[in-house]
Design a protein around this ligand. Structure first.
Ligand SMILES: Cc1cc2nc3c(=O)[nH]c(=O)nc-3n(C[C@H](O)[C@H](O)[C@H](O)COP(=O)(O)OP(=O)(O)OC[C@H]3O[C@@H](n4cnc5c(N)ncnc54)[C@H](O)[C@@H]3O)c2cc1C
Length: 436
């Protein structure tokens, strides 16, 4: 790791990778990841990436996105991202990602909750891994890209109201790294919750640091709880039971075998219905029944990730119901950013889940986040390529005295407190017990 680059990208998920790949190959770029490059939530995405099918689909897709977002989305942003979506799938196909096709050779599209029509491209039920592995492979071969794993970004360096670098901790050492532009692609906030489908290491650090410096944030309290994660007695990351199973006919049942909700309603409504049912019945889970799914015996072919995870818990989904419970899943809020990643601080970009562009409104439509992450990654790189100013910062040594755990715990507590102040009801309902 050097102490100066043209561009620093913090985060190795779909957003960070797609930005890094589109940056001018003449730039010296540093790509930072807190753990290994593949410990990013993007790698866990099962369902897929949603794309506008044809021009006639645009109005329906806009309506589906707005409806899921409780009509609190930024309409212009929704339109811009959905109109730009075909370009994203083209790029991904060019990177060599082999999305599933039908026997007729057409792309096989899934229909997920909240979508009027099938428009979700997928690779089995491990789409995120396929997308990110393909991109990471190319990133690894680019001589201008320096990949720094096990490196914790813990502060921004700001001079004259401009981001000029970041502070990091790596292998016992504190360092300052300087650059002409800083791109934050640090993902969501699942690490704040005990019960989350996210990696524990992804805990809202980008947002906490933005809050510390008075950089504009938005909808910090808009946090998505996924209705169906695999219930287990053990603490730790919860395995997601993809929505696509409900799209294929899976139904939710209480412990008496009664159906209690339309399973294809938006996620927030289904999660609340499940939580209410669990509280009423004093249960820690409800059941997902796959009885109505066609070719249930073949289910392991299309959903190998879910099949293997359940098998690991002793459940054969070809025959048995899956115990499921809601878990934190996605953060709609974040650092206020344009589609090209620009934030309220010059030189600082925010893309992917760490950002709030207004695309998702109060609640995200299924499979819209990989789309946003990839599109904003591309757009931010194009913006940086078009205008990268000279470096005007002053290079200084890092003289951090605190322990990194202490610094990160401080961020963790401050962010939880910030969410509580903005939305005590959410805090009491979903977050308090988890952090008690
Ligand atoms: C189980 C699961 C299934 C999902 N399924 C889908 C789906 O089917 N379709 C869909 O569209 N979306 C899905 N999502 C959501 C989607 O995967 C994410 O929202 C999206 O990929 C976020 O991408 P990102 O690049 O912004 O962040 P991430 O992929 O989470 O990457 C964050 C990166 O930031 C780094 N980082 C964080 N903090 C620091 C720090 N302090 N220092 C250094 N590095 C740091 C991490 O190391 C990581 O590399 C799913 C999410 C989960 C958890």
């Amino acid at each position: 790791m050097k102490n100066y680059y043209d561009v620093i990208v913090v985060g190795s998920g779909a957003a960070g990778l797609s930005c890094a790949l589109k940056l001018n190959s003449g730039y010296d770029v540093c790509l930072i990841s807190k753990k290994t490059i593949d410990e990013a939530n993007s790698y866990l995405a099962q369902g897929g990436i949603s794309i506008k099918r044809k021009d006639e689909d645009l109005q329906d897709y806009i309506e589906d996105t707005l409806k899921a977002g409780h009509y609190e989305n930024d309409f212009e942003v929704v339109e811009e991202i959905l109109k730009g979506s075909p370009k994203v799938i083209e790029e991904l196909i060019n990177y060599g990602i082999l999305f599933d096709k039908t026997d007729k050779g057409e792309y096989s599209l899934h229909k997920e909750g909240g979508h009027k029509v099938p428009r979700v491209y997928h690779v089995g039920d491990y789409t995120g891994r396929s997308i990110c592995e393909s991109m990471a492979k190319i990133v690894g071969k680019r001589p201008n890209l320096d990949i720094c794993e096990d490196t914790t970004f813990y502060d921004l360096i700001i001079e004259n109201q401009r981001a000029v670098g970041i502070k990091v901790y790596n292998n016992g050492e504190y360092k300052n790294i300087y650059s002409r532009a800083v791109v934050l692609a640090t993902g969501g906030i699942g690490g704040l919750f005990n019960s989350s489908t996210n990696y524990k290491s992804i805990a809202g650090n980008g947002i906490s640091i933005a809050l510390k410096h008075g950089i504009k944030v938005e909808n910090i309290d808009c946090i998505q709880i996924h209705p169906t994660s695999l219930y287990t007695k053990i603490d730790g990351r919860k395995m997601l039971i993809t929505e696509a199973l409900r799209g294929e006919g899976g139904i939710l049942l209480d412990n008496r075998g009664n159906r209690f909700i339309d399973e294809l309603l938006p996620r927030d409504i289904v999660s609340q219905a499940i939580k209410k049912k669990m509280d009423e019945d004093d249960m820690k889970f409800v059941y997902l029944s796959l009885e109505n799914i066609k070719n249930r015996n073949e289910i392991y072919r299309e959903f190998p990730t879910v099949f293997d995870a359940c098998k690991g818990e002793g459940i054969d989904i070809r025959e048995e119901m899956i115990p499921v419970c809601p878990s934190q899943h996605y953060h709609m809020g974040g650092i206020k950013a344009k589609v090209n990643g620009r934030t309220s601080l010059d030189g600082l970009y925010a893309i992917g889940e760490v950002a709030c562009t207004g695309f998702h409104g109060k609640n995200r439509l299924a499979s819209n986040s990989l789309l946003e992450a990839c599109l904003c990654g591309i757009k931010s790189a194009e913006d940086i390529n078009g205008e990268l100013i000279k470096f005007y910062g002053k290079i200084k040594e890092n003289n951090e005295k605190r322990k990194i755990e202490q610094v990160m715990q401080g961020y963790h507590n401050a962010l939880i407190e910030n969410i509580r102040e903005r939305n005590n009801t959410f805090y009491e309902y979903w977050l308090k017990a988890e952090n008690a």
